[in-house]
Design a protein around this ligand. Structure first.
Ligand code: NAP
Length: 303
C-alpha cells in the first residue's frame, strides 16, 4: 500500500513527486508513455524562470526525473484505466497491474484536439500532424499549413519555418490569441503568410496531403491551396475519460478543483493541464503539483 499514487509524469506529476518525496510519503508515479507529458512535443521551454534563452525540454524533464529518483519515488510505466474508492483507500487500476494508496493526485494532462474535417483521419502521419518537433524535418522545402491562433500554433509555425519553404498560418479570426512576444516573432518571419478569418474545410489528398480546402468566414469564398502538410494546433482535450463520473468535471472534461487542488472526492487531488484553469504552462503545472502534494500530505496527516 502506497501513501500516494500520482497518475501522470509531466511537470505537474514530477513536481508533486518531488514534494511528496520531501514529505517522505511512500509514493508511486504512474506514466503511460515517456515522462514529460505534452511539453516533450516542444523542443525548448522559453518561459520557465531562471533559464534566459530557454531550456531544452528533455534536459528539464531529465532533471525533474533525477530529483524524484533521488527521493526514492517509484516510477512505473502503466496506463491507468480507473480509480476505485474502497473503504477510505483508493484502488488504481492499470491495464496490467492494480495498486492501492491512501491518496491520489491526478496529473494526467491533455492531448491535442482534432479538426474533425474530411481527410484528417485518413491522412494522419501522411502529412497531417499535431507535433512540429516530431515531424517538422519531414517537411523540408515543402509548403505547409498551420491551423490555429494560440501560443502553440504560433510557436510551431515559427519552428516549422526551419524546414518548410513556406508556412501558411490560418486563423478563424482577425486577431491571434497567442502572446504578443510570439506574435511579433511570427509577423517578422518572411517565410510565414497569415490567412485571417479563414477556416479549413477539407484536407485534400489520397495517399498523402496534397492541399487544403479553405473558406473565408467573412465573404464565404472557398479555395483549394496546394500544400505538402497540415499541422493542427487548435487547443487541448484533457486525459480524464478514465475517471468516468468519479470526480466532477466541466463540460470539456477538465477536472474541477478548488485552489488546494481538491477534487469533489476527498483524498483525490488533480493538478496540471487535466484540471480546469486559466493558464496552462509548465510553471503553473509545477505550481499545481506542489500545492496538490502539500495538501495530499496534510490530508494523510489528518487521517
Ligand atoms: P489555445 O490557446 O486554446 O488556442 C487554440 C487556438 O485554436 C485559438 O486561436 C482558437 O481560435 C483556435 N481554434 C480552436 N478550435 C478551432 C477550430 N475548430 N478550428 C479552427 N481554429 C480553432 O490552445 P494552444 O495554443 O494549444 O495552447 C493551449 C495552452 O497551452 C494555452 O494555455 C497556451 O497558453 C499554452 N501554451 C503556451 C505556450 C508558451 O507559453 N510558449 C506554448 C504552447 C502552449 P480562437 O482564438 O478564435 O478561439
Amino acid at each position: 500500500m502506497y501513501d500516494l499514487i500520482i497518475i501522470g509524469g509531466g511537470p505537474a506529476g514530477l513536481t508533486a513527486a518531488l514534494y511528496a518525496g520531501r514529505s517522505r510519503l511512500r509514493t508511486l508515479l504512474i506514466e503511460k508513455m515517456a515522462l514529460g507529458g505534452q511539453i516533450i512535443l516542444s523542443p525548448t521551454i522559453e518561459n520557465y524562470p531562471g533559464f534566459p534563452g530557454g531550456i531544452d525540454t528533455h534536459e528539464l524533464i531529465s532533471a525533474m526525473r533525477r530529483q524524484s529518483e533521488e527521493l526514492s519515488i517509484e516510477i512505473k510505466t502503466e496506463d491507468s484505466v480507473g480509480i476505485i474508492p474502497q473503504g477510505g483507500i483508493f484502488k488504481v487500476k492499470g491495464r496490467e497491474e492494480e495498486f492501492e494508496a491512501k491518496a491520489v493526485i491526478v496529473t494526467s494532462g491533455a492531448f491535442p484536439k482534432k479538426l474533425n474535417i474530411p481527410g484528417e483521419d485518413k491522412l494522419i502521419a501522411r502529412g497531417v500532424s499535431y507535433c512540429g518537433t516530431c515531424d517538422g524535418p519531414l517537411f523540408k522545402n515543402k509548403e505547409i499549413f498551420v491551423v490555429g491562433g494560440g501560443d502553440k500554433a504560433v510557436e510551431e509555425a515559427i519552428y516549422l519555418t526551419r524546414f518548410a519553404a513556406k508556412v501558411r498560418l490560418i486563423h478563424r479570426r482577425d486577431q491571434l490569441r497567442a502572446s504578443k512576444i510570439l506574435q511579433e516573432r511570427l509577423f517578422e518571419n518572411k517565410k510565414v503568410e497569415i490567412l485571417w478569418n479563414t477556416v479549413p474545410l477539407e484536407i485534400l489528398g489520397e495517399k498523402a496531403v496534397e492541399g487544403l480546402k479553405i473558406r473565408n468566414v467573412k465573404d464565404a469564398s472557398q479555395k483549394d491551396i496546394t500544400a505538402g502538410g497540415v499541422f493542427v494546433f487548435i487547443g487541448i482535450h484533457p486525459n480524464t475519460e478514465f475517471l468516468g463520473n468519479l470526480v466532477k468535471k466541466d463540460e470539456g472534461g477538465f477536472v474541477l478543483t478548488d485552489e488546494d487542488m481538491n477534487t469533489s472526492v476527498e483524498g483525490i487531488f488533480a493538478a496540471g493541464d487535466c484540471r480546469r484553469k486559466t493558464l496552462t504552462q509548465v510553471i503553473t503545472a509545477c505550481s499545481d503539483g506542489a500545492i496538490a502534494a502539500f495538501n495530499a500530505n496534510r490530508y494523510l496527516e489528518t487521517k
